[in-house]
Design a protein around this ligand. Structure first.
Ligand SMILES: [Mg+2]
Length: 197
């Protein structure tokens, strides 16, 4: 079934970044987590231990630290941009391992491809350049472009659908996160679990 979708020029592929384009054994998410906690600790003037608890609450309610911090008034929109940029700006290049199966898939698919990620744009561009796939994507829907709507919310999926002017049934979501895949499927997208390719 995947083969016929790969050949379908009318499908638009929404490709995730973290733990999808790179191998999940890379320690990148741990670094991001530590940097989120550091920022929350600074902003809330609390200990690292309490910042972890704040983060757990934000993520459980809003699925992302950034979106949660913004929705709960921990940070304002201007701070959200700075927060996103700071958290994602670190030298990860020596520790990131490509997910070769997904990179091959990206090169094989005949339809349009866009990035759909809760991460920040400059960080995403660095990863695409490192893996030499920066020309493979028409658009990058990062957390800023999504106005801090994040996957798996309907709002994030609807934003991309409306911007691309296509139906959910013509989209393919490639992602490692079960909540993202489950909601994508509920909305009518074809889903590909990047951990099972
Ligand atoms: Mg991911």
């Amino acid at each position: 079934m995947l083969n016929s979708i790969i050949q379908d020029k009318d499908k638009v592929w929404l490709i995730d970044v973290d733990n999808t384009l790179y191998d999940p054994s890379s320690p990148i998410m741990q670094y991001l987590y530590k940097r989120y906690i550091y920022c929350l600790s600074y902003k809330c003037r609390c200990s690292i231990r309490d910042a972890r608890k704040v983060n757990d609450l934000l993520v459980s309610k809003h699925h992302s630290t950034l979106t949660g911090a913004l929705c709960e008034g921990v940070i304002c929109m201007e701070e959200a941009d700075m927060f996103a940029e700071f958290v994602h700006n670190f030298p990860f290049e020596s520790e990131i391992k490509p997910n070769n199966k997904i990179l091959e898939l990206v090169k094989e698919v005949k339809g349009r491809k866009v990035i759909f990620s809760n991460a920040e744009g400059l960080y995403i561009k660095k990863i695409l350049a490192l893996f030499q796939i920066e020309d493979s994507f028409d658009k990058i829907y990062d957390i800023k472009k999504l106005d801090y709507r994040c996957k798996p919310s309907n709002a994030a999926f609807c934003f991309v659908r409306d911007d691309l002017e296509i139906d959910f049934k013509d989209m393919v979501l490639v992602d490692d996160s079960m909540p993202n895949l489950i909601n994508g499927q509920k909305l009518g997208l074809t889903i590909v679990n990047s951990l099972e390719i």
